[in-house]
Structure formats: C-alpha cells, structure tokens
Design a binder for this molecule. Structure first.
Ligand code: SAM
Length: 707
C-alpha cells in the first residue's frame, strides 16, 4: 500500500473506524490480484531540502546537524513564524505544525524544505569563466544541479526539442551512490529497488517531455542488478516507443563475482521515438555484423499507414486524395481531407484526373501517415513519390525524416530531381556502411582503459568512480546523431562529463555544431561523513569545491576543450580509435558553466530575479551569441533574441526587432494577456513570442506536480 493511501486511511480511521475497515478489506482484495508489469511502491514523493534557498517567514524548514555532527536533532519539518536579530546572527522562531511545540533556532542551522507540489523558483547562476574556443558556435552547457529540478527548468528551454538523451544513472549497487529524500540509499535497504524505480521514473517522465517525439532516442546504461526492472520501467513509461537492448563489453577480463561468472559486460537500452533508427556506419572489422552488404539505396516508405490506428476513422485529417493524370499517372494535385461522415465518392476529381485514396487491400478505407499540408510540403521538396501508374490503386510513398536528412547530407552521393518531381539518388554503389549486432565487444569500450585512465590524463590526481569509456559513449551516440550535425544531446547524470567530451569529438569528425547539456549534482559521496565530522556543511566553500560537478565535471570538460590540465600542462597523449590526434589540440568549442539556484521570490529584487533567469532565455534561443544579463527600463536586443521589459516601449522595440537579423525569439514581459497579444501580433514572421511574468521567477516556477 502506498504511503499516501496509508495516511489517508489513518485520517479516515480517526473519524470512522468502520468505514476504514471496509476500505482496508477492498484494498486487500485488490492487492491480492496479481498485476501484469512492474508494480512498485512509489513512496511518498520526495521532499527536498534546498540548500542555499534564502528563508523567510512562512517557509518550511528542517534542522541541520550541528556542525561537527552527522545527525540532526530531528528530521521534523517546522514552520518559520518570525525572524529577528542582527544580520549574521539571525534567529528564526519555529513552530511544529502538529505538536505546536515552539523552538527558536539560528537561521544558519536551518535548511529550507520543499514538499511535493510546493512551488520552487529556480534560477541559473554562471559559475566560473566560460571556455571560448568555438567562435560563433553554440555553447555546450554544464549545470551543477539536482537533476529533477534542472529537468523541470529545462522544459522551458527544450520541451520536445532534444534529439538524444544519454544517461548512465546510479546502478543501485554501491553505498553513497545516490540519494533519496536527501539520504544515501543503502543497496541492502529492503526498499532499495522501489526507491530506485520511483527516483528514476519521475526523471524519465520528464525526459519524455523533453525528447522530440518525431525523431529522438533515449539511451540508458545499466548493469545486472537493475536491468530487468529498468526494462519494464522503460516499457511502462514509454508505451509505443521501440526499445532494444545492447550488451557492451566494458571489462574485457571481467570482474569477479562470488559464486558466479566473471562479469564483463553491461547493457544499454535504446528507446527510439518516431523515425529514430540507428544509422548504418562505416565500421571497422572489430564490430560484429554482416560485412559491407548494405547499399547506398534510399528507402522510400509507403504513405498508407499499416498496423495499428490505420483506419480512416482512427485519425482526423488523414483521409484525402492525390489526383493524378488519368492517362499518364503524372501528379496533378493534392485534395483536402474530408470529414469522417462524407463518402469519398462525393469528391469530384479535377477533369482528366483520377483520385488515389488510402484504400487497403481488402477494400476498406485506411489513412495516410501524414496530413495533406505535410504531404504538400514533402512534394515540394521532392520527398513524395507517386509510383507506377495503376489507376486508383497507384502507390504513394515518401521519405521519413532520417532518409531526408541523409539525402540533404549527401550520404548517397549525387541527388537529382526527376521529371515526376521526386528526388533520385545514385543507387547500387556498394558501401561498407552497416548496422552492427547487439553484442559490442571492442577494446575501445574498456571502462578501465578509456574511462578511468583517460580521465586521469585530463584531471590528474582526481578520482571518479566508474566513468564510461569515452569511445563507448562516442560510438553509442554516433548511430543516432551522425546525420544530425546540429543535434541537442542531454545527459542528466553527467558524472565526469564523458558525454559532453564525446559530443565534441563527434563535432570534430564532421565539423558539426552539436550541443551537449550536462547536468550533474555536486555530491561529495564517500567524503560526506568525514566532512560533517569536520564541522562542514553542504553550501560551505570547502564542501562545494569537493563535489563532483566542481571537482570533476567542470575541470574535465574544460581540460578536454583547452587541451590543458587544470595545472596548465599540455595533455601529453593522443586520442586513439576513429579519429586520432593529440589531446593537447583540444576542441574548437564553447562551454558555459552554471549552477542551479533556488530563489525566494519574497526576498529577491527584480533586477536579481531577471539576472537569475537570463541564462534560460539565452539557452532557449539557441545558446549562442550575445546574452542580455541586465534588466533595463525599455528593451534589449541580442543576436538571437530580444526582451521587451516595458510594454510602453513596444513601438521602438518592434522597430528594433524588425531591423535585427537572425532573431528567433521575442520575450515580452507583462502580466497582462491583452497587452501581450497586442505586441506578439505585430512581431515579424519567424520571430516566436514568449511571455514572461513581471516577477520573472513566476514564469519558471517548478515542482507543480504536473508529471
Ligand atoms: C554513474 S555516474 C555517471 C558517470 C558518467 N557516465 C561518466 O562517464 O562519468 C552518475 C552520476 O549522477 C550523479 N547523480 C546522482 N543522482 C543525481 C541527481 N539526483 N541529480 C543530479 N546528478 C545525480 C552522481 O553524482 C554521479 O556523478
């Protein structure tokens, strides 16, 4: 029984024990039914202690352990009823909401607590100098944050836009590896599996909203402890996605296991959405699979839908005719979709043409894969083909997004447009491009050699547990972003930053402009107890400097781009595999570093509130070019976006926006919907309008429990 149900039942029990008994009987009956699929206790949603969040009257707080101790006096949540005393020595008056006990406490001994659904106001603070070696290329971003909140904030910038998410979450096998409700989870805890599932499920649901539903992939690595549960969780969380598991040999000699085979591999789940599919690549002999058999042949897909939801009645707007010349079969035009209750015989084909409708082999009415407007766009680009003329049974086919990209990127060689209006490519030329099997046994993927050892070259003397092989991550990503030179790649368990590093290598190989977003927290893992005993607390400089993001992720990514260790020494070795060059060359890339902050809207000044959200505006507009960091009384115009701070200045703002080139977004600050619509309606075509609340932080309010 879930904690929520338990607490509701306890409330009913107080009022009416008989009804409570009856409810319990029904619950027991339900629980005894075996459910298909993964059923796990979702626990009470996590309440989180937000270190660094300024505290004011009305807030919920918890006691921090006294300095030098590892345990707080109590885990209870208290309410702040007053704050007094001079700066630096402030005292909060607290009341326990249930017992009504009162307790004064030094403000510095308290931490703000947000329960599920309590609004949280995140901000992004630049932390450290950006690395600028990429000219006008868009920036990679590294965010020091609890990923659940970072993902919610990223919904503002990237909803439906991410091409690839690669995550290597904690595998639930080690002590001090990951936290649930602010405490490290002991792998021996009898709830360890369900806590892990609940923790991951909430983040995966968010990932689902970030991924591009038309063509994207989620890659999750895992080992033997949780792979079965993870597989089911993925199936449940992403119904309709295509899931495949690959086994990757990461430890050629294997790791010993008591009474078991030596373990040499781990697994990667590929969850594919829309048109996503692994690309055939020019692979070396070390990859298993049939050799050199694929041809560079473009793949045309039937436009008529088959399988599920394929009937006329299953989707509005997908039943319309193509008109072709009645004698030659040449394309004439595309008709409009007709409503479900209109018989197709009511549609009169233009003179001299016949209509091709999506009619299935058994004579029943089917539907096309895309609407008439999309079909028309495909036709204009040469991506829609009318097949050999067979009267009303003539086939219509089209190119899916992946094939379109290949044609655009000259994967097939010369592309010409036929008289019939569709593209044609050189066919028959043999290529060694192929898709490998699901068993990857490559020396390049050894985690010890190309994960841990490689990391030491970039940040000597800094230990990090189990980084992935750089080349394993690079190879994994390549199958999905090879044909996407502008891909957005997110890793929200970024650890030592291997994914960002791999994206930079991929960019170097084909002059791509792919962007990585690396989110990872700043936990101190095994050092936590020692730090607490030393009198340190999370938030103290010494503690924060020792956290993973500050000590490992940022310095590693910086070293990769500059080719210099943190001590300024050129990295002596060469990259191997695929693309060999000196590590000291670095990469022509730009990187910006941020820390997610928790703001208190009651205390924060408007200017600071804008500063904290400014990076999110820049990121949403493409993370490139100049940024508007300061608020003013009128408006600001950067390279890819503009901000109207004061609607009274909308006239000069609109004329500045009209003149500026390359603007993608206009952020309009107003609480008044009518004013917003009036300005938005006058923006030039191609400039998206986005409304911001005047308090700024309200626009980015998270933890609303929508997921
Ligand atoms: C297994 S490691 C990833 C290693 C990475 N693939 C690499 O090659 O270095 C998982 C990382 O996620 C971080 N992490 C765990 N829980 C997190 C959370 N709730 N928010 C952000 N990061 C988290 C851990 O600190 C750890 O660094």
């Amino acid at each position: 029984m879930s904690n929520e149900l338990r607490s509701l039942l306890a409330r009913v029990e107080d009022k009416d024990p008989e009804i409570a008994k009856e409810i319990r009987r029904h619950i027991d009956a339900l629980q005894s039914r075996r459910q298909f699929g993964l059923s796990f206790e979702r626990h009470m949603p996590e309440s989180v202690a937000l270190t660094g969040r300024p505290i004011s009257v009305g807030d919920k707080v918890r006691f921090l352990p006294p300095r030098g101790e590892t345990k707080a006096e109590s885990d209870a949540t208290w309410l702040v009823t007053g704050i007094s005393g001079p700066e630096g020595k402030r005292i909060a008056s607290l009341i326990h909401p249930k017992t009504k006990e009162e307790a004064p406490r030094a403000l510095e001994d308290l931490v703000f607590v947000a329960d599920f659904r309590d609004p949280i106001y995140p901000g992004l603070k630049r932390s450290g100098e950006p690395v600028l070696r990429g000219g006008d290329k868009p920036f990679h971003t590294v965010i020091n944050a609890e990923n659940y909140h970072a993902l919610e904030a990223l919904l503002f910038t990237y909803q439906g836009k991410i091409d690839c998410i690669y995550i290597d979450p904690p595998y639930n096998t080690r002590d001090n590896d990951w936290k649930y409700n602010n405490n490290y989870v002991d792998p021996g805890d009898s709830y360890a599996h369900s806590k892990w599932l609940a923790f991951l499920e909430r983040r995966l649901k968010m990932a689902r909203r970030l991924l591009n539903p038309r063509d994207s992939v989620l890659i999750v690595t895992i080992d033997e402890k949780e792979y079965l549960r993870l597989g089911l969780l993925l199936e449940q969380t992403f119904p309709g996605a295509r899931i495949q598991m690959v086994s990757i040999a990461i430890s050629p000699s294997g790791a010993g296991r008591e009474g078991a085979f030596r373990r040499s591999d781990e697994y990667a789940y590929f969850v594919k959405f829309g048109d996503a599919a692994p690309a055939a690549l020019d692979l070396g002999p070390e990859w298993q699979g049939s050799k050199g058999t694929s041809t560079k042949k473009i793949r045309w897909n039937g436009l008529m839908r088959s399988g599920t939801d394929a009937g006329r009645e299953d989707r509005d707007g997908m039943f319309y005719p193509f008109f072709v010349d009645a004698k030659t079969g040449a394309f004439h035009s595309i008709g409009e979709a007709i409503p479900p209750d209109v018989p197709r015989t009511k549609v009169e084909p233009p003179e001299g043409t016949v209509a091709i409708w999506p009619i299935r082999k058994d004579g029943s009415e089917g539907r096309w894969q895309v609407g008439a407007a999309t079909a028309s766009r495909l036709r204009t680009k040469g991506y829609l083909r009318i097949g050999k003329f067979k009267g009303t049974a003539t086939a219509v086919s089209y190119l899916k997004a992946g094939e379109q990209r290949k044609a655009q990127n000259d994967v097939f060689g010369a592309v010409t447009v036929t008289e019939a209006g569709h593209i044609e490519v050189e066919t028959g030329s043999e290529s060694s491009a192929r898709i490998p099997t699901t068993q990857w046994t490559l020396t390049a993927h050894s985690a010890a050699d190309h994960g841990s050892s490689l990391l030491r070259k970039f940040i000597p003397g800094v230990a990090f547990p189990f980084p992935k092989s750089l080349y394993a991550v690079e190879d994994t990503l390549r199958f999905f972003v090879k044909d996407k030179p502008d891909a957005l790649v997110l890793d929200f368990f970024a650890g030592s930053g291997t994914t960002a590093h791999a994206v930079m290598r991929l960019n170097k190989q084909d002059e791509g402009r792919r962007r990585s977003i690396s989110v990872t927290n700043n936990e101190v893992n095994d050092q936590e107890d020692a730090f607490l005993a030393k009198g340190l607390r999370s938030g103290d400089d010494e503690w924060e400097r020792a956290g993973i993001c500050e000590r490992v992720t940022k310095p590693r990514i910086k070293a990769a781009v500059t080719g210099l260790t943190p001590a300024g020494k050129a990295i002596a070795e060469n990259y191997t595999f695929t693309d060999e060059f000196p590590m000291s060359d670095g990469f022509e890339e730009n990187v910006e570093f941020f820390t997610l902050t928790y703001e208190n809207p009651a205390l924060v000044e408007l200017d600071l509130a804008f500063e904290r959200v400014a990076p999110l505006l820049w990121i949403r507009a493409g993370s490139e070019g100049r940024r508007i960091d300061q608020r003013n009384d009128t408006f600001g115009v950067a390279d890819t976006y503009a901000v109207l701070f004061n609607v009274d200045a909308s006239k000069p703002f609109l004329s500045a926006v009209e003149k500026a080139e390359g603007l993608r977004i206009a952020y309009l600050v107003t609480d008044d919907e009518t004013q917003y619509q009036a300005v938005a309606g006058q923006l030039p075509e191609g400039v998206e309008s986005v409304r911001l609340y005047e308090t700024y932080l309200r626009t980015f309010q998270i933890n609303t429990g929508r997921v």
